[in-house]
Design a binder for this molecule. Structure first.
Ligand code: ARG
Length: 457
């Protein structure tokens, strides 16, 4: 195929070099952004009389037709092309003749590719934000459903204090809210138009960059043409934001995997989101959750990948930058795929309340409250802490729990103990006394639910 850029070189490259150089397998994903960008460019060229209005019209109508033809399958992308930009320009020129060659006036593939990439990510981030909101809604509904279901809260994976399952779930809603906020911020910096930066130095034509940016829904333009074609920090930021979302999903998945194990049995995953084993008939495996946890590694890698591609690149465009898209597209597709399965899996997940309660009762997780009981009766905390610890040790020796220690036995440790101790150390009391903002009491959790709902409505 003759090279559009054949000039000082004859463009007769080796097949192996062509294949190596080509990025169309990756960047063809941006075909619609590329066509839309070209339509806006043709509009601007016509608007500024750089080409005639009739010429602009021909370009626009035919670009529109190309988009439709790709979409309805009648125009197949030629994967032997160098990239999607070359492919579309070639098809356009084949269809309209000489005037097709005018489209590339006052632009370069350097600003064109930066434009397409930003438009692609803008679309991607908008969809991703919607998916996060859906996930947050599901979490909030679950939190509401389980707002008074008591479970052990853990530190060091050791039972620590009683909490409600609703409280625990809602902590993830807060994380995903911040993820959404980060993406919204990211969007502001993605939505800046580089087109018109041209190769790097701008152009001698009297273009109207703002007009062109407006046609494409951008908020503003890159104010330095070298920056416009050189940086990909918006994509690095995106890779980082997605890595953080995956980190949150992965932690959530890890807990779901633990909770669904025989050792915990805190939750039941729906059969529609688990698999069986080919040899062990008793198995119900949380594959979806494990895969999400596993895919997180690749998404982290994509962040490191783009940072490393850019590190040490002199300004302005370098061909290295063609390597910017593959990992970013992969991160976007992976996080979408993960959310597509995680959200409905969570929706169908059921808590096994009895087991949560049972484990909460076994773990002496009211020992802090037992100490607080003595403190409220006047004992210094350190002394109360010690006595509570001695009682726990005694219980472990006798194989019993704090709730079942007789009042006579309590009194042996301190005369401050009275019958009201049982009420004070009941798990329900322990939970519902924690009324501090953000705490685990039903009232506090209800406040948190209201907050989250307010954020996503
Ligand atoms: N395929 C290239 C990329 O993705 C397009 C830009 C090419 N520019 C150039 N000067 N060779 O980066």
């Amino acid at each position: 195929m003759a090279k559009m850029w054949a000039g000082v070189t004859d463009g007769k490259t080796e097949k192996v070099a062509d294949e190596f150089n080509s990025s169309i397998k990756v960047d063809s994903k941006m075909y619609s952004q590329d066509v839309k960008g070209s339509i806006a460019h043709a509009m601007m060229l016509g608007h500024k009389n750089i080409i005639s209005k009739a010429e602009a019209e021909t370009l626009i109508v035919n670009l529109q037709a190309i988009l439709e033809d790709i979409e309805n399958g009648s125009l197949k992308i030629d994967y032997t092309e160098e990239d999607i930009h070359m492919f579309i320009e070639r098809v356009l020129t084949e269809r309209v003749g000489e005037v097709g060659k005018k489209l590339h006036t006052a632009r370069s593939r350097n600003d064109q590719v930066a434009l397409d990439f930003r438009m692609y990510l803008r679309d991607g981030v908008e969809t991703l934000i919607k998916k996060l909101v859906l996930l947050i809604t599901v979490i909030t509904d679950k939190a509401e459903e389980y707002k008074d279901v008591i479970m052990p809260g853990y530190t060091h994976l050791q039972r620590a204090q009683p909490i409600t399952f609703g409280h625990h779930l809602l902590s993830y809603a807060m994380m995903f809210l911040r993820d959404r906020e980060r993406l919204t911020e990211n969007l502001k910096r993605i939505n800046v138009s580089p087109i018109g930066s041209c190769a790097l130095a701008g152009t001698t034509y009297e273009t109207d960059r703002e007009y062109e940016a407006e046609q494409l829904g951008f908020n503003s333009i890159c104010l330095n043409s070298i920056d416009g074609v050189s940086d990909r920090d918006f994509a690095v930021e995106f890779a980082s934001n997605v890595a953080i979302i995956m980190m949150h999903l992965s932690r959530f998945c890890e807990e779901i995997i633990l909770w669904s194990s025989w050792e915990f049995k805190f939750i039941k995953l729906s059969d529609s989101f688990t698999t069986g084993s080919s040899i062990m008939p008793q198995k119900k495996n949380p594959d979806m959750a494990e895969l999400i946890r596993g895919k997180t590694g690749r998404v982290y890698g994509n962040l490191m990948g783009i940072l490393t591609v850019l590190k040490g690149l002199p300004l302005a465009y370098n061909k290295d930058m063609q390597e910017d898209k593959e990992g970013i597209f992969d991160s976007l597709e992976t996080v979408n795929a993960c959310l597509n399965v995680f959200t409905p899996m969570l929706k169908e997940m059921q808590a096994i309340k009895e087991n949560m309660k049972k484990k909460a009762q076994e773990g002496f997780i009211n020992a802090t409250d037992l100490a607080d009981y003595l403190v409220k009766k006047g004992m210094p905390f350190r002394s109360a802490y010690k006595i509570s610890g001695q009682i726990v040790a005694e219980c472990i020796k006798k194989g019993t729990i704090l709730e079942n220690v007789k009042i006579e036995d309590y009194k042996k440790f301190s005369p401050l103990f009275d019958d009201d101790v049982y009420e004070q150390i009941s798990l329900e009391t322990c939970v519902n006394k924690r009324i501090s903002q953000g705490g685990t009491s039903v009232a506090s959790v209800e406040h948190q639910i209201d907050y989250v709902k307010g954020q996503i409505k």
